[in-house]
Design a protein around this ligand. Sequence first.
Ligand code: AP5
Length: 241
Amino acid sequence: MVVSTSSAGTSGSMADTQKAIGPIVLLGPPGAGKGTQAKRIAEHYGVPQVSTGDILRANVASGTELGKKAKAIMESGNLVPDELLFGMVAERVKQPDAARGYILDGFPRTLAQAEWLDKFLQNQQDAPLPPVVADIQVSYNELLGRLTGRRTCPTCGRIYNVHLSPPKVDELCDVDGSKLVTRKDDEESVIAERLKAYERQTAPLTGYYQSSGRLHVLDGSRPIDEVTAQAFKVLEQARKK
Ligand code: AP5
């Protein structure tokens, strides 16, 4: 199984990159900006971004058993079965680079996954900090524009948008010059399925976290830097308590 992920974004101070920040969960529909913000928060605190979508795509590209099981499901816009996610996430967050914390991008996204995560964290030997959960909210129409315009660098993972945040040179990454790629599931018919899956299976998670007083809402319609500033504020306040 392939479990590595990439990160790129804003650098934090020496103190920030030594802090224990614990697990951070980014919720939000497809296109809300989870990946964009996860990279920035990860870079700032010097902790890994754990994107279940990226890990699954890496497994599909490498043709692992997990990738073979996930490929068709992902290409149809549906969610991969919970059982395939648990071992994958557990293995990734137990790695030494995640000892001070990690950003969960795209996990949990069903109630069963959220319950699994709570139990998993409670059962860890060095009881970690409770997760800080941030829900990035964006309107449906804005999501459609973002997803159809998204391009990703296959080398460094940086995310662009041909309408909203284009690269300096058409279709090439600003950082390493790689040719940008469009994700297979960013075709319009698949986007519609992903948004339906979100409404059906993931949106109820906000109630789960709200009822236990753990939900923080970010206005994801604001410019990228402003959303990052909101995220830092939420994290700093949550970890002061
Ligand atoms: P995954 O890779 O997690 O995709 P997703 O949830 O659909 O989310 P996206 O990556 O599409 O969007 P994002 O919120 O990260 O937005 P981004 O930052 O890129 O999952 C893919 C598939 O894998 C799933 O469909 C499922 O099959 C499977 N899977 C993954 N996890 C699973 C799980 N836990 N359980 C079961 N199955 C699972 O931004 C989007 C665009 O908007 C970019 O172009 C960006 O530049 C732009 N943008 C971002 N923020 C802003 C802003 N503030 N203003 C303007 N533009 C912005």
